[in-house]
Design a protein around this ligand. Structure first.
Ligand SMILES: Cc1cc2nc3c(=O)[nH]c(=O)nc-3n(C[C@H](O)[C@H](O)[C@H](O)COP(=O)(O)OP(=O)(O)OC[C@H]3O[C@@H](n4cnc5c(N)ncnc54)[C@H](O)[C@@H]3O)c2cc1C
Length: 469
């Protein structure tokens, strides 16, 4: 009998498996797709030689993750590549605000009115960042906070809606960039705890940047899987788990799946009926004939570029997709341009680039034209550079990965109490009604993103149980 079986080889499933194997437990992972990676993978989606990341590409959370930092992933080929600027946010007037490694450079890009307010917001947290990130990514659920005072101060700033936090800024440049940061998790700006989301992305940039994995995000997953195999763990691909009986006998089962799929597979009845999924994404991967022709200078040096003219436009796009059930006319876009730092991703002189906007859950329309109209506003001539594009709306995203229910790439709405208390209000979110069954996906705290911390926290719950029994 195995000690643990993990269902799903996304970053959280692989991290949970590694954490268990490192502690001497026998582990096997079962993955539906033919390759490991889940939301951290790389494929030739358009033309030969163009290596696209269908999901994650920029990794502020991975490079700052206490779980990943404790693993020897560099020995298994993972190299972080840092663009000159972690992120840039261009404006219609041809200028841009930036999220730079340096607080001063970032603050200066907001203009004199908000430079001081930004420094006062982020600077107190930076000296204590490593402890803070460990505390809030573990939450009191799996470990007592090491620095409760800083965590409490962070909570005071971040737990109110981001719209409150943005009142500290008087100019539109800082507000717009910050609204864009919150929109990375598809949360409406007025939602509880969204201030913390924006703050985390900003602090992560100043602490360790927003790097990309050399060769593509698959390198993260491949490093985790290779380390797991060295530790004696097994990975079985092309194995979609439909029932618990499909799996070999084990003392614990750990699910890197949606709560709904977990309930169905493990026969947990209506345990997660109240779990809500959020809006979907519409994603385009581009093969380009040259770099994106940004009108502003800063985005040409950035790994990630946010597109939204001002905070009102961003707020309207989020509301349209999450509350009004329609696709936005001017979608807020997150875009990533990996070949700015990684020449291995495309043939010489060519580039890979992706952009996605938010659409209602399950939306089956085509957002390509709206996305490209937005890009043309900030990068005139963009369309002329397109050699090929691969589009994926909610149905295609859900078909690629069962965790993206209705195209929700966060595997669960980031709204209300579900921002923190997922997949249901509980002090032990990784446990389920079945004592041998656990959940470790991004439907559990600390939520979406490639950081492996849900897998790490869940593994703790699992090994505690394994040691008890
Ligand atoms: C378009 C897009 C862009 C993104 N951009 C970023 C980014 O730039 N940076 C970032 O940090 N994050 C990004 N994310 C989010 C990130 O990819 C996810 O939050 C992260 O991958 C979640 O990890 P996970 O292990 O919980 O689940 P997943 O990565 O979704 O992995 C789950 C795995 O379980 C498998 N599985 C599901 N059901 C079964 C079953 N029944 N049997 C067997 N296997 C099963 C799936 O095939 C999948 O491999 C993005 C996501 C998307 C879709």
């Amino acid at each position: 009998m195995l000690d643990a079986v993990v269902v799903g080889a996304g970053p959280n499933g692989l991290t949970a498996a590694v954490e268990l194997a490192r502690r001497g437990f026998s582990v096997a992972v079962f993955e539906a797709r033919s390759t490991v990676g889940g939301g951290a993978r790389t494929e030739e989606l358009t033309l030969p030689g163009f290596r696209h990341d269908p999901c994650s590409a920029a990794h502020p959370l991975a490079v700052n993750s206490p779980a990943f930092r404790a693993l020897p992933l560099d020995r298994y080929g993972l190299r972080w590549l840092h663009p000159e600027l972690p992120m840039a946010h261009p404006f219609p007037d041809g200028t841009a605000a930036v999220l730079a490694r340096s607080v001063a450079e970032t603050a200066a890009s907001f203009g004199p009115r908000d430079a001081g307010a930004y420094r006062r917001l982020v600077e107190p947290f930076l000296p204590r960042w490593d402890t803070l990130v460990r505390d809030f990514m573990s939450l009191p659920l799996t470990a007592l906070p090491r620095d409760p005072v800083t965590l409490a101060r962070f909570g005071l700033a971040g737990l109110p809606p981001s719209t409150w936090l943005m009142r500290r800024f008087s100019g539109e440049r800082a507000k717009t960039l910050f609204a864009g940061l919150v929109a990375h998790v598809m949360a409406p700006l007025g939602t509880f705890a969204t201030g913390a989301i924006g703050l985390v992305f900003a602090l992560a940039a100043h602490a360790r940047g927003w790097p990309l994995a050399r060769g593509g995000s698959q390198a993260i997953s491949d490093a985790l899987a290779a380390y797991l195999k060295d530790l004696g763990g097994a990975v079985h691909t092309d194995f979609e788990v439909k029932r618990l009986d499909d799996l070999p006998p084990a003392r614990a089962y750990v699910f890197d799946t949606s709560p709904t799929a977990l309930a169905r597979i493990a026969g947990l009845g209506r345990s997660y009926d109240r779990y809500r999924y959020g809006p979907g994404a519409f994603k385009i991967d581009y093969a380009l004939d040259g770099p994106v022709p940004w009108a502003a200078e800063a985005p040409r040096r950035a790994g990630t570029v946010q597109i939204g003219a001002d905070s009102a436009e961003i707020g309207a796009a989020l509301r349209a997709a999450s509350r009004e059930g329609r696709a936005p006319d001017r979608p807020f876009l997150i875009t990533v341009q990996p070949s700015v730092v990684d020449p291995t991703r495309a043939p010489a002189g060519k580039h890979v680039f992706w952009a996605y906007g938010h659409v209602p859950s399950g939306w089956d329309g085509d957002l390509t034209d709206a996305i490209e109209r937005q890009l043309e506003r900030f990068a005139p001539g963009f369309r002329d550079r397109v050699l090929a594009r691969a589009t994926a709306g909610p149905p295609e995203l859900a078909a690629r990965n069962a965790n993206y229910v209705g195209g929700d790439i966060a595997t669960g709405a980031v709204t209300g109490l579900q921002v923190l208390l997922r997949p249901r209000p509980s002090l032990f979110p990784y446990r389920t009604a079945h004592p041998a069954v656990f959940i470790c996906s991004s439907a559990t705290p600390p939520g979406p993103g490639v950081h492996g911390m849900s897998g790490h926290n869940a593994a703790k719950a699992v090994w505690r149980r394994l040691r008890q029994t």
